[in-house]
Ligand binder design. Sequence first.
Ligand code: FMN
Length: 421
Amino acid sequence: MSSPDTAHANSATPAITIVLGVSGSIAAYKACELASRLTQSGVTVEVVMTQSAHQFVAPLTFQALTHRPVHTSLWPESAASESGVYAAMAHIALADAASAVLIAPASANLLARLANGLADDLLTTIILATRAPILVAPAMNPVMWSHPATQKNIATLRELGYIVIEPEGGRMACEHVGAGRLPASETIIAKLNEVLLQQARRDLVGLKVLVTAGPTREPLDPVRYLSNRSSGRMGFALAEEAATRGAKVLLVAGPCPIATPRDVQRIDVQSALEMRDAVLQAWPRCDVLIGAAAPADFRAAEVASQKIKKRGGTGELELRLISNPDIVREAAAQKRQDQIVVAFAAETQNLLDEARRKMQDKGADAIVANDVSQADAGFDVETNRVTWLSTTQHEEWPLLSKREVASKIWDKVLGLRPATV
Ligand SMILES: Cc1cc2nc3c(=O)[nH]c(=O)nc-3n(C[C@H](O)[C@H](O)[C@H](O)COP(=O)(O)O)c2cc1C
């Protein structure tokens, strides 16, 4: 990878266009350095400013640094007509041209607008219209940063696939001390490079992969079900990562309120039996199965046809549960030599012993073990700390975002593939 403060791009790399969004933060002056460094490294920098950003830095500064008109409005009379993009549709032209959109600094207000899908100025409209990766580097007073509304917006943006470059701690212009400072240009450019390189990675082209995600719902009666806390985020991250790297992806998802990643084919199911049917039907046409779902181990032996009543009872209700099939084990039992099965083991104790036992029992080629008793890993959080186990490998990975875990898992899957396929 290129050194962070020089360039990702050079004359040998294909043309790269970075849309640099600048919003109304005191850190807007630092965007000048970013614009300058990126321009010097050979990438095209299209600066898009919010109205508030003008209060902090003049568009002329960016124009001089990037040698390009600066984009300040949705409306044609002020949209840059010499910029080489069709001015009346600048938002679409810029959205299409972007290799990545980098918003630095991102104000609290802009984060809120993005988290709510607003498109009320040029920058937010470009962001809704682009298929390029979007990086946001928030900068604000520490109290604004830690405000639950801002943190909720950040969580939403992460869920929507935005890459958040965390602000750093220190003394702020407002004299407060705490997290909220825009990181140094080197840090931001290093992250941008990483994302651009990741985008360029197409090492899963030609692979058909099947990923399961989320919980299942096992009905008890017409209104009740048994389920678990799985959010589906790990499986969705695996599907998104594989699609970005060029695989054909089929995602079989239990009930998860998560947007389907781009270029991923999704089949929604409710119960473990439905998930099993969907998986076993697709499996012969696929090369890899990653079972990241948490299908229920048990279902009700009898599903009541009417709502179970509480009146007139003894105050107790006995449910008879029967085992659900083990979907990964059934798929592994049918697997050909050239197919790979990766299981997941969510445990609350004896993690590695249990995971090893499960890998053997299921006939999986590898297993990803996570201790779901930790607050920052496993179910219903953005991060995960997992151990990768195969018959020959045992690697403990640090706390990572689920997308980063997904990336490492696909790297490992590539390593498991027989050389001939
Ligand atoms: C001097 C000054 C400094 C500001 N610095 C920040 C900041 O660092 N981060 C932030 O989120 N808002 C900051 N604000 C508030 C934003 O400028 C304000 O919320 C504005 O509406 C943001 O608009 P935009 O998101 O469209 O750019 C500052 C306001 C002033 C007057």
